[in-house]
Write a protein that binds this ligand. Structure first.
Ligand SMILES: [Zn+2]
Length: 333
């Protein structure tokens, strides 16, 4: 299933993201030698419609085209097949960022492939791991970590003042690699935005030129802890006007990274439908009643909380979730 190569395939530097599948044919791990042997690992396109990481890599590789990389670089192009169709994943595929070591679905062939990638990078003594994603909704750029350790916070803090710590969902790439080295997931705004690509380019370049793991946590960082993942129960129709069972407010994306206060309405429901939102905590317990109340036909916030990744993309809401809920936490000493 996995393609492993030691050089860039012809056409890689000029390809459009949709053409990658033609060049690579399957998920591909590319190793490029540099001055320092412990490789920087860059993972991208685990979600096929999130292309910022790929275009940032093209820019970096062009920059170093005629000179030696300061550090070896290993690149994993996760799901070029879904990228060819500009989709997060194909209908028959699983989510490629839920099947890394630590996943509940380790019996899958795709999970075996991610285990292989992890084992290969462990053997190569991976230096730092960066997984690059995009959001579908309006969000600031931020870094995510899965371990509250100084080096991991410092690495995320090199990217953004906003750092999100989470331990659920399971099977994400950055959590698997956190066992091997400082690891971060970058959320670079929406796909196709030039500032997101440039931000990722600058960050990758700084990481390529690091002498050792950063260990200084900048004091301007705001650290948030993801406490719940919100979904819409399968049986209910939903939308952004007034004709579904759950009607989300159309300006919902404006709430990302803003604190919601008790009483704030997120959606209205069809009268007498008893429709509700689900929220799952880090242990996958349903805790919707802790966060939402039902008043008349409105779904309202029950306690102060900050959402992220709220989106109006209905496919993503069904395939992934409506949003995550976060609480601010203090930096460890
Ligand atoms: Zn993603």
């Amino acid at each position: 299933m996995l393609n492993e190569i030691n050089q860039l395939p012809d056409g890689f530097l000029t390809a459009h993201v949709e053409e990658l599948f033609g060049l690579l044919e399957k998920p591909t791990l590319i190793h490029l030698a540099g001055e320092k042997p412990e490789p920087l690992f860059i993972c991208t396109l685990l979600h096929g419609n999130e292309d910022t990481g790929f275009y940032a890599l093209q820019a970096i590789l062009k920059k170093y085209q005629n000179k030696k990389l300061p550090r070896s670089l290993s690149i994993f192009i996760g799901n070029p097949e879904a990228a060819a169709e500009n989709k997060r994943r194909l209908e028959r595929q699983v989510d490629f960022n839920r099947i890394w070591p630590g996943t509940h679905e380790d019996f899958l062939a795709e999970a075996h492939m991610m285990q292989q990638v992890t084992d290969i990078m462990k053997q190569k003594n991976v230096f730092v791991s960066i997984d690059i994603h995009n959001n579908t909704g309006r969000n600031p750029h931020y870094g995510c970590i899965n371990v509250l350790d100084k080096r991991y916070l410092a690495l995320a803090g090199m990217f953004s003042n906003i750092v999100v710590y989470f331990t659920s969902p399971k099977g994400v790439q950055s959590a698997a690699f956190a066992e091997l080295c400082p690891a971060v997931t970058l959320e670079c705004g929406q796909s196709g935005q030039v500032d997101g690509i440039q931000h990722a380019v600058n960050y990758i370049d700084r990481c390529l030129n690091l002498e050792h793991h950063p260990d200084h946590i900048p004091d301007h960082i705001s650290l948030f802890h993801t406490v719940a993942r919100v979904t819409i129960p399968e049986g209910y129709s939903f939308g952004f006007s007034d004709d579904a069972t759950i009607n989300l407010h159309p300006e919902i994306e404006m709430h990302n990274f803003t604190e919601l206060q008790p009483g704030e309405a997120l959606a209205s429901i069809e009268p007498d439908s008893c429709a509700f939102l689900q929220a799952f905590d880090e242990n996958d317990r349903e805790v919707g009643r802790d966060y939402f109340e039902y008043s008349g036909n409105d779904i309202i916030i029950r306690k102060p909380v900050m959402p992220s990744m709220l989106t109006k993309n209905t496919t993503v809401i069904r395939q992934d979730c409506l949003c995550y809920l976060m609480e601010k936490i203090s930096l460890p000493d």
